[in-house]
Design a protein around this ligand. Structure first.
Ligand code: B3K
Ligand code: ZN
Length: 875
């Protein structure tokens, strides 16, 4: 593989940074960057050792050492090598480079978007601005002076606190910023342009007043109100829950419309994809509001987990990402319904991380090698990384977990730390040995736990045989047993939780069983009747559980489990089981048989008014087509899955029709829109009912009148999706699609929803629809949000449309990836990961997919990003 970087090769830099002074003379075509770095040779380093700085597509202008003109030993756009530097003591370098923000289509480094200059430096974008030790363990205090045309860029922002400003000749002006907190280059940011602002303030627990500012395009200020509210709630929550206060005089967020990902946690100056800032009831859905809340919190929480304590190297990425996801999950759980949040998290984990862990792109939470770090901002590092932190909490309990976090903050503030540092804090405060647990960071693959049970009425004893196995993954053919905290609940025949006398054969801690061996034989005594067994309650470990359970047992758990997550899980397992067998029937041309147990069970939950509506909405939403594919595992025929699922939806819809009517009437939204979780739950349940009613009646007029009367985007886009997906090409669907386009043609973020709805209409026609939409003026290949909304959702959210039997979907995606690669390799590589589960397809599609991947691999000038993905996918 190309240029592999390995964890075991880590060594500290030869030179240490002291301060960095940056000056930008902004110009769209030719920005001049003057970087003055105070540094020193590290003690003990060879006095002859050269200094090599990273660059990427840079134009070198000049170099001075201690103020004197100097020649580099070697210089290319990617590298600057300097020799003859002082053996001891501090010295300064002045490096001048030239860059062109207006033609930076990669959206890494300094670029311009809608007339605004902005930066993205993580992971290795700073080297596209100036030659530097562009690595996370090279920390320095930065001072940044920005000079620009005062009309084009009245606003000049960077990290830290503003320290100086003034007028220059030629209509230019400047602002200087100082960030007192040492940071790595990936947290550097600069924004310059003409933007509107929403301001507020926040008084910290210790009484310091912090200015808050959210910058958006002029005219969009009102749409930043929810983000501001979410920010203030995040700041308070981090004080209350983790004792973390904000540490600068000002905290800024800037929303931009061209951004490679969701957002970026630059110190004091977060830059956001505007999709995750802007919201009002007319343009944002409940899901958008929830995402904004979570992402605002996530980036804010990075101030401590990521910025104050950063990563020693990129292998430690989950140190900041997994932990910060855990923190934002906890925040959302506190803001909303904990059980519903957990269900949504697990649904997402299973939909994205489990397939990744089970395919050619599988890698450990802490990878051991990479050739392109941008390809490791994955569901595994983020979501599984968060689950690993959650397991530490489960193992230690809330109090010791809190102590461990406190120790981590205290001991490592200002450090570039490692996972070892992090885990050591928890081992230390709890006295627990976490050596085996550490394998969660090192071994890829989703563990599978099989559970077999035997009940002996005469001795009131339950025997559990537990076995763990971890499938092979690339580079790891055999695995060690892991330390898995598995929550298990037992419910006796009267529905009451069992209260066992003793648990033998395993270390048990409350309802947590500590699996450490490949197999455990567990004896539980004092169980008065044959129990229903609920395994992995609250999803205590990110594993697959295989358990012999009757439909009756699952149905019983769905009724009586006290852990709401597990109630949902039981229903989902029950539904899954029928979906898998219905798929097999569809493949052999048989009709799916009706299933009373399941439909009754779903209706019972739907009718149970003691359960919150958001939970009921989740409960009646069957596993998606990709979930079913994952469960089946191999020789996937997406058409058969679709047919089977549709048949089951139809059964449920007709069986529960009266109930759906009743619940729809109860939850029909009235009054003003409010984005709070309870109202959103009502809408989710209402839409789920309406969708089933549309199926039951086969009549688009219901969704059409919903569309016509909707007074918020949640209902409007919900109705639009019902029409487009359930009644494609009907006059009703066409009317709504045309109306939606006309209404929102000037709002690209809303047009994204219109693109997504059409890209995900099931069936082979989707491809021609997507191609037609690409020709619309709304679509631009250069804008990541448009690309993801249309092509990304087509490839990863439309199994029948993308996996056409003729392979045309794959070829289309390959064409886009190849076209986009020179413009924006990061987004191109991400798009291609939609094909990561190609090996699980049935033989004919598998072959077509492989042909396509080979075709991409044959392209000579691929970016390291796409090359890395395609090579690993072919394997
Ligand atoms: N840390 C950034 C992600 C950067 C991705 C670089 N390819 C956003 C986040 O996780 O908060
Ligand atoms: Zn993050």
């Amino acid at each position: 593989p190309q240029n592999e970087i390995r964890l075991e090769d880590y060594r500290p830099t030869d030179f240490v940074l002291l301060t960095v002074d940056l000056a930008f003379d902004l110009d769209p075509q030719r920005t001049i960057v003057t970087s003055t770095i105070a540094m020193a040779r590290r003690e003990g380093v060879d006095r002859e050792a050269p200094l090599t700085l990273d660059g990427d597509e840079l134009e070198f202008v000049s170099l001075k050492i201690n103020g004197v003109d100097a020649e580099p030993h070697a210089v290319t756009p990617d590298r600057l090598e300097i020799r003859g530097l002082p053996a001891t003591g501090e010295f300064t370098l002045e490096i001048v480079t030239a860059i062109a923000p207006a033609s930076n289509t990669k959206l890494m480094g300094l670029y311009s978007t809608n007339g605004v200059y902005c930066t993205q430096c993580e992971a290795e974008g700073f080297r596209r601005i100036t030659y530097f030790l562009d690595r996370p363990d090279a920390l320095a205090v930065y001072t940044t002076t920005i000079r620009a045309d005062a009309k084009a860029a009245p606003l000049l922002l960077s990290n830290g606190n503003p320290v100086d400003s003034g007028v220059l000749g030629d209509g230019r002006h400047f602002v200087a910023w100082n960030d007192p907190h040492p940071k790595p280059s990936y947290l550097f940011a600069l924004v310059a342009g003409d933007l509107g602002v929403v301001e507020d303030d926040f008084t910290t627990a210790s009484g310091r007043k912090v200015k808050l500012a959210i910058y958006v395009e002029h005219g969009k200020e009102e749409r930043a109100a929810y983000a501001m509210d979410a920010l203030k709630r995040s700041m308070r929550w981090d004080e209350e829950r983790f004792g973390r206060e904000y540490d600068l005089d000002i905290f800024m967020i800037v929303a931009v419309s061209d951004f490679n990902m969701g957002a970026m946690e630059n110190k004091g100056l977060n830059v956001f994809n505007d999709k995750y800032v802007l919201a009002d009831p007319d343009t944002a859905t409940d899901a958008d509001y929830a995402n904004i809340e979570a992402i605002i919190a996530h980036e804010y929480f990075h101030n401590w987990t990521g910025n104050r304590i950063t990563c020693r190297d990129w292998f430690q990425l989950c140190l900041k990402e997994g932990l910060t996801v855990y923190r934002d999950h906890e925040f959302s759980a506190d803001m909303r319904s904990r059980a519903v949040k957990r269900i949504a998290e697990v649904r997402l984990l299973k939909a994205h991380q489990f397939p990744e862990d089970n395919g050619p792109l599988a890698h450990p939470v802490r990878p051991r090698k990479y050739s392109e770090i941008n390809n490791f901002y994955t569901a595994t590092v983020y979501e599984k990384g968060s689950e690993v932190v959650r397991m530490i909490e489960t193992l230690l309990g809330r109090d010791d977990f809190k102590k461990g976090m406190d120790l981590y903050f205290e001991r490592h503030d200002g450090d570039a730390a490692t996972i070892e540092d992090f885990v050591a804090c928890f081992a230390e405060v709890s006295g627990k040995n976490l050596d085996q647990f550490f394998l969660w960071y090192e071994q890829a693959g989703t563990p599978e736990i099989t559970v077999a049970s035997q009940y002996e009425p005469s001795t009131q004893t339950l025997r559990l045989e537990l076995e763990q196995s971890i499938p092979p993954t690339p580079g790891q053919s055999s695995k060690q047993p892991m330390h898995i905290p598995l929550r298990v609940g037992l419910f006796e025949s009267n529905g009451e939780p069992a209260s066992p006398r003793a648990i033998e054969g395993i270390e048990a801690d409350g309802d947590v069983l500590n699996l450490r061996e490949r197999t455990h034989t567990v004896r539980i005594t004092g169980v008065k009747s044959r129990p229903a067994i609920s395994v992995n309650r609250s999803f205590s470990a990110p594993v697959n559980v295989r358990q012999q359970q009757s439909d009756r047992e699952l149905a019983q758990l769905a009724r009586i489990e006290t852990d709401l997550f597990s109630r949902w899980q039981a229903l989902n397992d029950l539904a899954m089981r029928h979906l898998v067998s219905a798929t097999q029937k569809a493949e052999s041309g048989e009709a799916a048989s009706a299933n009373r147990e399941l439909t009754d069970c779903l209706c019972a939950v739907l009718a149970d008014r003691t359960l919150e509506p958001a939970f009921r909405a989740h409960a009646i939403t069957l596993p998606g087509e990709t979930d079913i594919a994952r469960e089946i595992g191999n020789d996937i025929n997406p058409d058969a899955i679709h047919e089977a699922r549709e048949a089951l939806v139809a059964q449920i819809a007709s069986h529960g029709r009266d109930l759906f009517e009743e619940i729809a009437a109860e939850t029909r939204p009235a009054g003003d829109y409010s984005p709070d979780a309870a109202s959103a739950g009502d809408r989710a349940l209402y839409l789920a009912c309406m969708s089933h009613l549309a199926v039951a009646s086969g009549d688009p007029s219901g969704p059409l009148s919903l569309y016509r009367s909707a007074d918020n985007m949640t209902l409007l886009s919900g109705a639009l999706a019902m029409l487009a997906h359930r009644f494609p090409r009907s006059p009703e669907a066409e009317e709504a699609l045309a109306d939606f386009e006309a209404r929102y043609r000037d709002n690209p973020l809303v047009i994204d929803k219109w693109l997504t709805v059409q890209a995900t209409i099931p069936g082979a026609d989707a491809l021609s629809r997507v191609k037609t939409l690409m020709d619309k003026p709304h679509f631009q290949l250069s804008n990541p949000n448009r690309v993801r909304s249309l092509i990304g959702t087509y490839a990863s959210g439309n199994p029948t449309g993308f996996n056409r039997a003729d392979g045309a979907g794959y070829d289309f995606l390959a064409g886009i990836v190849i076209d986009l690669d020179p413009l924006n390799p990061q987004v191109a590589a991400r798009l291609l990961t939609a094909m990561r589960s190609w090996r699980s397809l049935e033989a004919a599609r598998r072959e077509k997919a492989l042909d396509t991947l080979r075709k991409i691999a044959r392209v000579e000038k691929l970016s390291t990003d796409v090359r890395d993905i395609v090579d690993r996918m072919i394997g």
